[in-house]
Design a binder for this molecule. Sequence first.
Ligand SMILES: [Fe+2]
Length: 153
Amino acid sequence: MTTLDSKTQAQIADALKPVLAESVQLYVLTQNVHWNVTGPLFQGVHLLTETQYTELAMAIDEIAERIRTLGSKAPAGLAAYAKLGSIADGDENASAEDMVKSLNAAHKQIADRIRPLIGKAGDAGDEVTAGLLTDRLTVHEKAQWMLRATIGA
Ligand SMILES: [Fe+2]
Protein backbone atom coordinates (compact mmCIF):
# COMPACT_ATOMS: atom_id res chain seq x y z
CA MET A 1 0.00 0.00 0.00
CA THR A 2 1.29 3.45 -0.90
CA THR A 3 -0.15 6.96 -0.54
CA LEU A 4 -0.07 7.53 -4.31
CA ASP A 5 -3.37 7.75 -6.16
CA SER A 6 -4.46 4.60 -7.92
CA LYS A 7 -3.92 5.98 -11.44
CA THR A 8 -0.33 6.96 -10.65
CA GLN A 9 0.29 3.58 -9.04
CA ALA A 10 -1.01 1.78 -12.12
CA GLN A 11 1.13 3.93 -14.45
CA ILE A 12 4.28 3.19 -12.49
CA ALA A 13 3.45 -0.51 -12.25
CA ASP A 14 2.93 -0.61 -16.03
CA ALA A 15 6.35 0.95 -16.53
CA LEU A 16 7.89 -1.69 -14.25
CA LYS A 17 6.40 -4.62 -16.17
CA PRO A 18 8.87 -4.44 -19.10
CA VAL A 19 11.71 -4.10 -16.58
CA LEU A 20 10.49 -7.31 -14.94
CA ALA A 21 10.15 -9.06 -18.31
CA GLU A 22 13.61 -8.08 -19.49
CA SER A 23 15.16 -9.00 -16.15
CA VAL A 24 13.68 -12.50 -16.56
CA GLN A 25 14.92 -12.66 -20.15
CA LEU A 26 18.38 -11.56 -19.04
CA TYR A 27 18.31 -14.18 -16.26
CA VAL A 28 17.68 -16.91 -18.86
CA LEU A 29 20.34 -15.50 -21.19
CA THR A 30 22.85 -15.33 -18.33
CA GLN A 31 22.26 -18.97 -17.40
CA ASN A 32 22.63 -19.98 -21.05
CA VAL A 33 26.07 -18.39 -21.10
CA HIS A 34 26.96 -19.92 -17.72
CA TRP A 35 26.19 -23.40 -19.06
CA ASN A 36 27.46 -23.20 -22.62
CA VAL A 37 30.52 -20.92 -22.61
CA THR A 38 33.67 -22.68 -23.84
CA GLY A 39 37.32 -21.81 -24.35
CA PRO A 40 40.01 -19.99 -22.39
CA LEU A 41 37.45 -17.55 -20.88
CA PHE A 42 35.39 -20.41 -19.42
CA GLN A 43 36.33 -20.10 -15.76
CA GLY A 44 35.95 -16.34 -15.51
CA VAL A 45 32.71 -16.14 -17.48
CA HIS A 46 31.23 -19.21 -15.78
CA LEU A 47 31.81 -17.69 -12.32
CA LEU A 48 30.81 -14.13 -13.25
CA THR A 49 27.53 -15.30 -14.80
CA GLU A 50 26.69 -17.33 -11.68
CA THR A 51 27.08 -14.19 -9.55
CA GLN A 52 24.98 -12.24 -12.03
CA TYR A 53 22.09 -14.71 -12.37
CA THR A 54 21.93 -15.18 -8.60
CA GLU A 55 21.62 -11.39 -8.19
CA LEU A 56 19.03 -11.21 -10.97
CA ALA A 57 16.85 -13.86 -9.31
CA MET A 58 16.59 -11.70 -6.20
CA ALA A 59 15.97 -8.57 -8.26
CA ILE A 60 13.16 -10.20 -10.26
CA ASP A 61 11.38 -10.92 -6.98
CA GLU A 62 11.86 -7.33 -5.79
CA ILE A 63 10.52 -5.83 -9.04
CA ALA A 64 7.48 -8.14 -9.11
CA GLU A 65 6.70 -7.41 -5.46
CA ARG A 66 6.92 -3.66 -6.11
CA ILE A 67 4.35 -4.12 -8.91
CA ARG A 68 2.09 -5.93 -6.41
CA THR A 69 2.64 -3.24 -3.77
CA LEU A 70 1.46 -0.70 -6.36
CA GLY A 71 -1.77 -2.69 -6.71
CA SER A 72 -1.17 -4.39 -10.05
CA LYS A 73 -0.72 -8.05 -10.87
CA ALA A 74 2.76 -9.15 -11.88
CA PRO A 75 2.72 -10.58 -15.40
CA ALA A 76 3.45 -14.28 -15.18
CA GLY A 77 4.73 -16.60 -17.85
CA LEU A 78 7.25 -16.58 -20.64
CA ALA A 79 4.69 -15.59 -23.28
CA ALA A 80 3.86 -12.44 -21.29
CA TYR A 81 7.54 -11.63 -20.91
CA ALA A 82 8.13 -12.11 -24.63
CA LYS A 83 5.41 -9.50 -25.35
CA LEU A 84 6.69 -7.01 -22.78
CA GLY A 85 10.44 -7.39 -23.28
CA SER A 86 12.75 -7.54 -26.26
CA ILE A 87 15.96 -9.20 -25.12
CA ALA A 88 16.74 -11.90 -27.65
CA ASP A 89 17.39 -15.53 -26.77
CA GLY A 90 21.01 -16.64 -26.59
CA ASP A 91 22.90 -18.88 -28.98
CA GLU A 92 24.39 -21.89 -27.19
CA ASN A 93 26.94 -22.30 -29.98
CA ALA A 94 28.25 -18.72 -30.01
CA SER A 95 31.88 -17.94 -29.16
CA ALA A 96 32.67 -16.91 -25.60
CA GLU A 97 33.36 -13.36 -26.77
CA ASP A 98 30.04 -13.12 -28.62
CA MET A 99 28.22 -14.53 -25.57
CA VAL A 100 29.80 -11.87 -23.36
CA LYS A 101 28.91 -9.19 -25.92
CA SER A 102 25.29 -10.35 -25.99
CA LEU A 103 25.10 -10.12 -22.20
CA ASN A 104 26.70 -6.68 -22.26
CA ALA A 105 24.14 -5.51 -24.83
CA ALA A 106 21.27 -6.89 -22.77
CA HIS A 107 22.45 -5.12 -19.61
CA LYS A 108 22.75 -1.90 -21.62
CA GLN A 109 19.24 -2.35 -23.00
CA ILE A 110 17.74 -2.69 -19.52
CA ALA A 111 19.85 0.19 -18.19
CA ASP A 112 18.60 2.42 -21.01
CA ARG A 113 15.02 1.42 -20.21
CA ILE A 114 15.44 2.09 -16.49
CA ARG A 115 17.32 5.42 -16.63
CA PRO A 116 14.38 7.68 -17.69
CA LEU A 117 11.98 5.85 -15.37
CA ILE A 118 13.90 6.92 -12.25
CA GLY A 119 13.06 10.59 -12.78
CA LYS A 120 9.48 9.79 -13.76
CA ALA A 121 8.92 7.75 -10.59
CA GLY A 122 10.51 10.50 -8.48
CA ASP A 123 8.41 13.21 -10.14
CA ALA A 124 5.30 11.15 -9.40
CA GLY A 125 6.27 11.03 -5.72
CA ASP A 126 7.22 7.35 -5.77
CA GLU A 127 10.61 7.50 -4.09
CA VAL A 128 10.56 3.78 -3.35
CA THR A 129 10.31 2.79 -7.01
CA ALA A 130 12.88 5.48 -7.89
CA GLY A 131 15.21 3.93 -5.33
CA LEU A 132 14.61 0.40 -6.55
CA LEU A 133 15.30 1.47 -10.12
CA THR A 134 18.43 3.37 -9.08
CA ASP A 135 19.69 0.17 -7.45
CA ARG A 136 18.91 -1.80 -10.62
CA LEU A 137 20.67 0.77 -12.80
CA THR A 138 23.75 0.55 -10.58
CA VAL A 139 23.87 -3.22 -11.04
CA HIS A 140 23.34 -3.10 -14.81
CA GLU A 141 26.02 -0.44 -15.34
CA LYS A 142 28.52 -2.32 -13.18
CA ALA A 143 27.75 -5.57 -14.98
CA GLN A 144 28.60 -3.94 -18.31
CA TRP A 145 32.02 -2.93 -16.98
CA MET A 146 32.73 -6.42 -15.67
CA LEU A 147 31.61 -8.13 -18.86
CA ARG A 148 33.62 -5.75 -21.08
CA ALA A 149 36.68 -6.20 -18.88
CA THR A 150 36.39 -9.97 -19.26
CA ILE A 151 36.99 -9.68 -23.00
CA GLY A 152 39.53 -6.86 -22.67
CA ALA A 153 37.17 -4.22 -24.08
FE1 LIG B 1 26.14 -23.50 -12.13
